[in-house]
Design a protein around this ligand. Structure first.
Ligand code: C5P
Length: 211
């Protein structure tokens, strides 16, 4: 079954925990990025640890190999189970993230194409395909591909084969969960759940759709 990953981009620690708890029966993982970590601190990973769900650090790591390694080691020491890295910094840099993740028993996913309109300026024209190949070469655990462009997911699937594809852009950015859920291993949903009048109900609805 396609996984449902909650993107928890709220800025208040208490609200974040409440939303994650409410949605937890229907979701498979929680993705946390800079907005929540900068607002609530890295300790938010421990605060959410009690849910028993995998925690994905969406830090889109994009530095030199040594700095990438240092960042990823901190991510896993903080209690995360997976990290998201950029691939455009090169094979050696992405490989450093994958190695740090695997050394900690965690996973690393590489962004190969983003979901917003401006992403086409640089990712199209062969770059996303090259990044997907890079993710395969680096033995990344999966890629991040845009729910806003299902046709692109199909192209990228040809390259990565059975490797996991996680896809943000469902709901608020316009991606159709019914279409995308059939193409990927997990849909990533943020605002359409955490801004809903009842996040638990919204999560249940997305969980029903992806079946
Ligand atoms: O609120 P929404 O559902 O649009 O949230 C999508 C989440 O996925 C955000 O945290 C965003 O930063 C992230 N993301 C994305 N597109 C990518 C990679 C990550 O929207 N290609």
């Amino acid at each position: 079954m396609t996984e449902l990953i909650l993107s928890l981009d709220v800025l208040d620690r208490k609200r974040a925990v409440e939303i994650a708890e409410a949605a937890s029966p229907c979701i498979d993982a929680v993705k946390i990025g800079y907005p929540l970590v900068l607002a609530a601190g890295l300790g938010i990973a421990r605060d959410l640890g009690g849910l028993g769900l995998p925690l994905i650090a969406d830090f889109k790591v994009a530095d030199i190999p040594n700095t990438n390694r240092l960042i990823c080691e901190q991510v896993f020491a903080a209690g995360f189970d997976a990290v998201i890295a950029h691939g455009f910094t090169g094979t050696d840099a992405a490989r450093a993230c994958v190695a740090a993740a695997h050394d900690s028993g965690g996973a690393c996913y590489v962004v190969v194409e983003m979901s917003h309109p401006g992403a086409t300026e640089f990712f199209h024209g062969g770059t996303a395909e090259r990044l997907a190949n890079l993710a395969v070469d680096c033995r990344a655990d999966g890629i991040i591909a845009p729910a806003t462009r299902p046709d692109r997911i199909s192209v990228l699937r040809e390259i990565v084969g059975s490797k996991a594809i996680y896809s943000p852009g469902v709901g608020a950015q316009g991606g159709d969960p019914e279409i995308v859920a059939r193409l990927v291993d997990g849909i990533i949903v943020g605002r359409s759940i955490y801004e809903a009048p009842d996040p638990a109900v919204a999560a249940r609805e997305f969980a029903r759709i992806r079946r």
